[in-house]
Design a protein around this ligand. Structure first.
Ligand code: GLP
Length: 267
């Protein structure tokens, strides 16, 4: 696992956007350019700065999304697209609506209004498989180390499915629902840990003091279903991009190790 430590949130976002853009551009210039680049995407506060950077690159002509197919990680159950806290709304408001060449038919987001969650999730897995899997999945993590909506003790081989949210997660996410945890949907559709780790590469953003405990568990602890993001330790193409604040609970030698080993690599 690579851990790329940047000074602050903005630099972390810039690094991640440069990385993603380099991957898409390399794909489009390479032997597989006749198939789309498959990009997994998260919601949350963490990726917002990355989305801004990617939009800027797209508008300046540095990066095209014409040959990109996206799959989002998750969606609340029971929120319609037009609900301003649905992840469909978030993604369009913060990202897709600002891109000059993203094709709407290439955007995939789980349908939180489905009356057949199992079928919806099975179809999502099938669609990902029909493209030959995901090239790069970007993610964020919750303060309890959850990846997508895979709360502690979700199987590390889980696939896309219906998830119950913990009270803690509903409390944390209530900041977007008028500070009322009861207003946060109790369930969501989410890709599984296995869905994410099947991707060729996984890039997880970890920013801020409130993620420091999860960061230490995921990087220095063992692989454990208690911190579902720790499954990335078994992945051959996993990168954590983080800021200094998120490193507060790492041991000094781990912190120094990653600064040292990464100093020669720009991307
Ligand atoms: C939600 C999402 C996760 C996201 C997490 C952290 O629970 N389901 O995918 O990573 O929030 O969000 P933030 O980046 O706002 O801390």
């Amino acid at each position: 696992m690579r851990v790329v430590i940047q000074d602050d949130y903005n630099k972390m976002c810039k690094w991640a956007a440069d990385y993603i853009a380099a991957k898409i551009n390399a794909h489009n210039a390479g032997p597989e350019a006749d198939r789309p680049f498959i990009l997994g995407l998260p919601t949350g506060s963490s990726p917002i700065g990355v989305y801004k950077e990617l939009i800027a690159k797209n508008k300046s002509g540095e990066l095209s999304f014409a040959n990109v197919v996206t799959f989002n990680m998750d969606e609340y159950l029971g929120l319609p697209h037009e609900h301003d806290q649905s992840y469909w709304y978030f993604m369009h408001d913060n990202f897709f609506d600002h891109l000059v060449d993203m094709k709407p038919e290439n955007i995939n987001i789980l349908n939180g209004m489905t009356d057949d969650p199992e079928g919806e999730c099975a179809r999502y897995e099938e669609k990902i498989a029909s493209y030959g899997g995901i090239d790069l999945f970007m993610g964020g993590i919750g303060v309890d180390g959850h990846l997508a909506f895979n709360e502690p003790f979700t199987s590390l081989t889980s696939r896309t499915g219906l998830r119950d949210l913990t009270t803690d997660t509903r409390i944390v996410n209530s900041r977007f629902f008028g500070n009322d945890p009861e207003a946060v949907p109790a369930q969501a559709l989410s890709v599984g840990i296995g869905t994410v780790t099947d991707s060729k590469e996984v890039l997880v953003l970890i920013s801020g003091h409130n993620k420091a405990r999860a960061m230490a568990a995921v990087v220095e602890g063992g692989v454990s279903q208690k911190w579902t993001c720790s499954a990335l330790q078994m992945h051959n193409g996993a990168i954590i991009a983080c800021d200094e604040e998120a490193c507060g609970e790492l041991t000094v030698d781990t912190y120094k190790y990653f600064l040292d080993i990464e100093k020669s690599q720009r991307l």
